[in-house]
Design a binder for this molecule. Sequence first.
Ligand SMILES: Cc1ncc(COP(=O)(O)O)c(C=O)c1O
Length: 400
Amino acid sequence: MGARYDEIAALDAAYHLPTYARQPVLFVRGEGMRLYDDEGREYLDFVSGVGAVNLGHAHPAVAEAVTRQMSTLVHVSNLFHVEHRAALAERLSVLGGGGWKTFLCNSGTEAVEGAIKLARKWGKARRGNDCFGVVSAERSFHGRTMASLSATGQASKQDAFAPLLPGFSHVPLNDIEALAEAVTPETCAVLLEPVQGEGGVYPCDLGYLQAVRGLCDEREVLLIFDEVQCGCYRSGTPFAWQGYGVRPDVVTLAKALANGLPIGAVMASGSAAEAFSPGDHGSTFGGGPVVCAAALATLHALEDEELGDNALSSGSVIVEEARALADRTDAIADVRGRGLMLAVELREPNAKAVASSCLERGLVLNAIGDTTIRLLPPLVCSEREIAILLDTLQSVLGGI
Ligand SMILES: Cc1ncc(COP(=O)(O)O)c(C=O)c1O
């Protein structure tokens, strides 16, 4: 590591609140699936800014849209109409099969927060002030603000900040009986990630999501899908729910929507789309001209380059080859996920050591927990990069 890295790491340690244990590398440039550090060394990126750079780094269409907008108009607030905002909401509705209205914000946690507020208002209008409960899944991750943290199903992220908000309960994923028991007349929404991300990459079962849809209809409860991580073509379709054929009432998006610029979206359809009135919710920066231009360019490029199809085909190659590697070594217990949202589950609790050794060899991976390596590459990932991933994993797993 160079002098520049040392200087920046020292400043970071001295002046940032220590909420992250950062990796020992200083990336200064990116292109497609490749990242370059301050000494010009090349890396292959299988994290894409935690699933936020689905088109790959420095995509020219996004760079061009952002640069043009930056030098035209950056910010006027939500008090006024701006170019691209309405077009983006229309595009999202079309991609979702029509009938959607969107609120734009700045991050995933804000999108979930907005969805919870919308569901509470919807529930209270239906069944009175006590109807504000939200049932979500154990091991889920929905964000870090107080409502999204309360919805999150991970005590390790919540305990230090108790008391959490009232009205949140958690059930095991893929267990419809547990959900049916947890949903009461005081429940306004069921909130699920179709593919759990931060919790370890656990997809919902198809039969489960179909049954959840039926239950929500029967009990008159909103079904919210948090697609902050699994949306934006990562699991093969514009929205992950389309791969299941189960349409929710509310969807949250963020991460890859503007290919790495901060944006979030709450999309609602049917009666949920009627819940908010002017003054109910807002954001100074949400839906600003620059991020909306970036998001429109991103969505067009994802579609034009057929990256949903590539996510499916490259994802199945990785699964197949990683399972073959599991047969050859004793180190891998499981490979799971959908599209290019995958996890390699190790038998030993050495995921962090594996990710560190891969980083030293120029491969960027993400360890979640002790045993899980998460793969979230840009959706441009091709067989060439997959071969390097598997070779590197094989040599690291063989030597650990
Ligand atoms: C499913 C899900 N929801 C919400 C969030 C929070 O998003 P953000 O970090 O943009 O606030 C994340 C982040 O990883 C996520 O994966």
